[in-house]
Design a protein around this ligand. Structure first.
Ligand SMILES: [Zn+2]
Ligand SMILES: [Zn+2]
Length: 96
């Protein structure tokens, strides 16, 4: 039953630390909010943002079962035809 004790101690740790640490003082001063995180890829379905196109794609595939997605505006599609149609209507290539 040694394992049980270890688990109990491990679970108690955060509580012990919290008891020893004084609560963080509530700061009325506005924090510097100039540094905005660069989240350029946003999921159109759930408004989640991602730092990279790769992360957005992974999210589309995993969460929304989207196999295709628009690299230009990060919208996801279940079929290639849907994506093609989107590319044609939303991002038409300039005619030569
Ligand atoms: Zn999403
Ligand atoms: Zn698009």
């Amino acid at each position: 039953m040694k394992k049980m004790i270890v688990v109990a101690v491990a679970l108690a740790w955060p509580a012990l630390l919290a008891a020893q640490m004084p609560p963080a003082p509530a700061q009325s001063q506005p924090a510097a909010q100039e540094a905005k995180p660069v989240m350029t890829h946003r999921c159109e379905k759930c408004n989640e943002t991602f730092k990279s196109a790769a992360a957005a794609k992974r999210h589309f595939v995993k969460v929304h079962n989207m196999k295709y997605y628009c690299a230009a505006c990060s919208e996801g599609f279940k079929t290639k035809a849907e994506m093609k149609e989107h590319m044609k209507t939303v991002h038409p290539k300039p005619a030569k």
